[in-house]
Structure formats: C-alpha cells, structure tokens
Design a protein around this ligand. Sequence first.
Ligand SMILES: Cc1ncc(COP(=O)(O)O)c(C=O)c1O
Length: 394
Amino acid sequence: MAEQSQNTHRTVYMDYNATTPLRQEVKEEMIKDLELFANASSLHEAGRKARFRIEEARASVAKLVSANDPDNIIFTSGGSESNNTVFATMFHLGRKGKRRGIVTSQIEHPCVLNAAMWLKDEGFPVTFLGVDEYGRIRMDELEKAVGPDTLLVSVMAANNEIGTIQDMAAIGKIAKGAGAWFHSDATQAAGKVPVNVDSWGVDYLTLSCHKLYGPKGIGGLYIRKKAPVEPLIRGGHQEHGHRAGTYNNQGIYGFGLAAELAFNELADYNKNVGALRSRLKDAILNTVPKAKINGHPEAVLPNTLNVSFPGAEGEAILLSLDLEGIRVSTGSACASGSLDPSHVLLAIGLGPELAHGSIRFSLGRDTSTGDVDYVASKIAPVIARLRAMSTVEF
Ligand SMILES: Cc1ncc(COP(=O)(O)O)c(C=O)c1O
C-alpha cells in the first residue's frame, strides 16, 4: 500500500482479535475446491477425493500445534463448540466418577466461563482462579486449587483482550501432576505464537479458524489419544464418532491452508507485527499523557495492545475513532454492546472507571506502518477532546 500523509483519511482495521479477513490464497483455494462437493464419507471416487483433501487439511492443522498424529484433531464449528465439547465431556465424567473439581481462570473467554458456570450450577465445585496485574495465573494459587478431586484444569493460552500469554508448560505440569485432564483454549495463540501440545502437556486444545485468516464457522479440537470425549452432536461416525455431521468440505480446506500458511509465516508474523505493535505503543505513550498499557510487558501476543485512557470513556473513544475510519474494540467482541466493564480488566485489578476507558488495538498481517502512524495521529486529539468534556478527575 502506498504510504500516505498521516492526515489523509483512510480506513484502518485494528480488530484482528475479533476476526480476520479471509486471505486471498485461502479464498482462491476454497473456490477451486468447490467442485469437491461430494460427501467425504461416501465410498465412491468423488467422496474419496473430498476425504483425501480433508485429511490433508487435518495434517496441516496438526502441524500448527505440533501434534504428531493428525487423527488427534477433530473439526468443529469453531472455538465455542470445541470448548463446550470439553466441558460437556467433563459433565459426563464427573457425574459418574469421584473427581469433579473444575479449575479455570477469571479471564477466560465467555464460552469457557459460561460452560464452567453451567457445571457449577450442576453441583460441580468450580474454582475461577484470579490473575496477577499482568493477567498471569499465579502458580502458588493454582497449586493450592488442584488436588486429587480435580477433574479438569482449563486455562487459555493467550488472552483475547490483553494478549497475555500463560506459562502453559508450568500450568500443565501442575495439572497433570494432580492427575487432572488439562485443556487450553488456544484460539488466540494459534498462528500468532508457537503452540506445542506435547511441551504444554495438554489433553485438549481449542482452535478457531477465523482468527487465522481462514473462514468462519470452522474450528478444531486437539484430543490426546485415550482422552475421553462425549460428543455434543450425536449422529454418524464422522470424526471417530466425536462430532457427527456431514463434513464442511470447503471450511476444512480453508482451515488447512490457513493453518499451513500461519505455520510457515510464524517467524515473519512475529517480527513484522511485533514491530508495528511497539511503534503504536511508543507513539501512544509519547503523545497521550497517563495512557496505561494493560497486559504482560513481554509475555504478550505480538499483535495485541490494550490501553487504558483515564478520563475518557471506551465507547466514546471507539466511536470517535470509528468516525476517523479506525476499527478497534473495547473489551471482548462478545461483550461489546454490554455496558459492563471487561471482566478481564477487572481481574487484573483495574477499577471500573479505568476498565471502562480501555481500548484493544489488535493488529494483523495486513497492517502497515502508515496505518499505525495514522492511528497514532488520531488518538491524542480524540482523547484530549473527550477528556475536556469529562467531569471525571484523573
Ligand atoms: C479466546 C477465545 N476463545 C473462543 C472464542 C470463540 O471462538 P469462535 O468464534 O470460533 O466460536 C474466541 C473468539 O472471540 C476467543 O477469542
């Protein structure tokens, strides 16, 4: 994209954690493969061809998370379904067995939090671990929370709002040391940072394709061999009987290619997007007095910058930036439209006012230096104007 003057109006999408655009190569591949319409469970040649491509895609998704056996991946409709499959499995196990304790964190995505709340309502003992000021699990608290009664430990690999990355291997060690099943929602981590199911020690790992430049409505669940699964959707024996329903051929092909590209480009993505994030962070800190960066200073996704602007209100900032062509988010996309402050920002210790005045900038592979400079040039005047109208002391 040709560099433009900072003040020329442009449209800048900085909401890649909500969703990403379908990349051109993936779109072309999906269109090309539209002719592979056959039911991939059919035994005739057309069915076998469709199935072959599905298995290729499965291998690419397995590679993205360093899983040795592609058969450990099942395709689902997305991150929400994968997470719910794990919690539904625990419901069935816990009803019959002695272990019933569920340990998760306060900063999980609502699809984990609400699934955990469901188990709590069903009488399971559920612990929602707090986090430190950077959004990291405190290992001593985790150790205290898990024990011989713990059935599941579920901790997200990277947070969608503040980008903080957890020490997965350390958490896995504690979970597995107690004999619990270990699940991680890696929806935001996959394609942005290395994911390794073996060094993390996970039994289950959740993936969603639309966060990595692939289509929506398709996701995956890694299931370690011999880990139990109770299907959410019963029917035919697709996906080893773990998830029934005719294969979503095009979605799966798109996921396969998106995963392959993300895996191959991981180092470049980190370098390029990480540099742009630093540039935006420095520009904001240099031009907006009292701006505060949320999330871990180092263990953070290379694309995610969450900033509190005391004295300005998040929705007002979002709408003011939107008028300038800049698409950002306050809190999680699922929570937008709600006036409640972000549960993640409250969990890291922000007061309701600061939590209300926070913006998530999430950058992506299409973000340019010009985009960052344009956004940086608009923030300071927007915040100054909103602060001038505010009655809040800060
Ligand atoms: C951390 C996390 N988990 C799960 C989801 C839900 O994924 P999906 O939209 O594929 O259901 C999201 C989406 O925002 C997410 O960020």
